[in-house]
Design a protein around this ligand. Structure first.
Ligand code: COA
Length: 328
C-alpha cells in the first residue's frame, strides 16, 4: 500500500460578514446570547450569484497552487457538501468544469459536518491502491440558503465557505496515518433537511408552508451531548489505533459547531483548549467545510509544522462522525 499525504491546502470565505449585531436587527436575539451560548461572533454570507461550486473553485484552485498541480493533472475530485448547486448533476461535476479539470472523475460525498473526513477517507483509498495518482478533496457549503431566518435557535449557528486539500503519494515518515468513519442512521432526525428529496417532491405550496425545505434541528440540546461523546470517541479511536496519546498530538482540528461542544470535548479528553484549533468565532458552523478551512489556516499561520501530528475530528447529521490522524 502506498503512503498518502496532504501536499496542498486552500480555502475561501465569502467577503460579506454577518455579525451577531446584524442578526439583532432581524431576530429576537442578542450578541451576548449568541456569543455566550455558541462562541460565534460573526459568519460569512455567500453572494446571491455564488453557488457551492463557486466557493469550491476558489478553495480548490488555492489548494492546487499550494500543491503545485495544474487542474488538468487532477485525476480525482471528491466534493463533500450538503448544499450542492443542484442534486443532479453533482456539485463535484460543476466544480470539475469550472476548474477545467478535464482529466478528472468527480463525485459528491454526503456526510453533513463529517463530510470532509468521509471524502478524505474515500479519496485516500484510491491513491493507496494506485488507481489514481492524486485527488482534490473539497468541502463547500452555502448553509445560509438552507435556513429559516425566523428560527432563532438554528439560523444563528451557520455560515458559508469552502476548504480544500490535495493528496498524493508521499515518502514514508509523513502522511495520513489513519482515517476512521462512522454512522448511525437511527439518529437521522436530529439534524434534518426534510424537503427536496424523493420523500417530499414535487415541492408544493404545502411543503414550503410547512418549512420542510429548511434545516431542522430537533433536539439541539440532545445533539449537543451526542456531539461531545462522539467527538471524544473519534479522537480516542485514532489515538488507540496508532498507539499514541494526546501528548503526541500538536493540534486537534475539530469541526466547529459550538465552542461549548469543543470545551466539553477537551474536558472529556482531559486536554487543554490550547491544543484545540478554534475559529468558530469568525465563521460559525459551515458544516463539512469547517475542518479543511481550519486546516488551511493552521497550515498557513504556522500552527502546524512539518513532522507535527495533526488530529482531525468531526461529528454531524446522519448521524456521522470520524477522525483522520496526519503526520504533517
Ligand atoms: N437568542 C436568544 N435566545 C434564544 C436563542 C437566540 N438565538 N435561541 C434560543 N433562545 C432561548 C430559548 O428560547 C430558551 O428560552 P427559554 O429558556 O425561555 O425557553 C433559552 O434561550 C435557552 O435555550 P436552550 O436551548 O436551553 O439553549 P442552549 O444553551 O442549549 O443553546 C444551542 C442552544 C442551539 C446554541 C445549543 O443547544 C447547540 O449549539 N446545540 C448543538 C447543536 C449542534 O451544533 N449540533 C451539532 C451539529 S454538527
Amino acid at each position: 500500500m502506498k503512503r498518502v499525504g496532504i501536499i496542498g491546502t486552500g480555502s475561501y470565505l465569502p467577503e460579506k460578514v454577518l455579525s451577531n449585531f446584524d442578526l439583532e436587527k432581524i431576530l429576537d436575539t442578542s450578541d451576548e446570547w449568541i456569543t455566550t451560548r455558541t462562541g460565534i461572533r460573526e459568519r460569512r454570507l455567500a453572494r446571491a450569484d455564488e453557488a457551492a461550486s463557486d466557493l469550491a473553485k476558489v478553495a480548490g484552485e488555492r489548494a492546487l497552487m499550494d500543491a503545485g498541480i495544474a487542474p488538468e493533472e487532477v485525476e480525482l475530485i471528491v466534493m463533500a457538501t450538503i448544499t450542492p448547486d443542484t442534486h443532479c448533476p453533482a456539485g463535484a461535476n460543476w466544480l470539475e468544469a469550472k476548474l477545467g479539470a478535464v482529466n478528472a472523475v468527480s463525485f459528491d460525498v454526503t456526510a453533513a459536518c463529517t463530510g470532509f473526513i468521509f471524502a478524505l477517507s474515500v479519496a485516500e483509498q484510491y491513491i493507496k491502491t494506485g488507481i489514481y495518482r492524486n485527488a482534490l478533496i473539497v468541502a463547500s457549503e452555502i448553509m445560509t440558503r438552507t435556513l429559516d431566518w425566523t428560527d432563532r435557535e438554528t439560523c444563528i449557528l451557520w455560515g458559508d465557505g469552502a476548504g480544500a486539500a490535495v493528496i498524493t503519494e508521499v515518502e514514508d515518515g509523513r502522511g495520513i496515518l489513519s482515517t476512521h468513519i462512522h454512522s448511525d442512521g437511527a439518529g437521522g432526525d436530529t439534524l434534518l433537511m426534510p424537503g427536496g428529496g424523493s420523500k417530499t417532491t414535487p415541492i408544493s405550496y404545502e411543503s414550503v408552508d410547512k418549512k420542510l425545505h429548511t434545516l431542522n434541528m430537533i433536539g439541539a440540546n440532545q445533539s449537543f451531548k451526542v456531539a461531545v461523546k462522539r467527538f471524544a470517541e473519534a479522537c480516542e479511536e485514532a489515538l488507540y489505533h496508532n498507539d499514541l496519546t494526546l501528548d503526541d498530538i500538536k493540534v486537534i482540528i475539530p469541526h466547529q459547531a459550538n465552542l461549548r461542544i469543543l470545551q466539553g470535548v477537551a474536558k472529556r479528553l482531559n486536554v487543554s483548549m490550547d491544543k484545540v484549533y478554534v475559529n468558530i468565532d469568525r465563521y460559525g458552523n459551515i458544516s463539512s467545510a469547517t475542518v479543511p478551512i481550519a486546516l488551511d489556516e493552521a497550515a498557513r499561520d504556522g500552527t502546524i509544522q512539518p513532522g507535527d501530528l495533526v488530529l482531525l475530528a468531526a461529528f454531524g447529521g446522519g448521524l456521522t462522525w470520524g477522525s483522520a490522524l496526519i503526520r504533517w
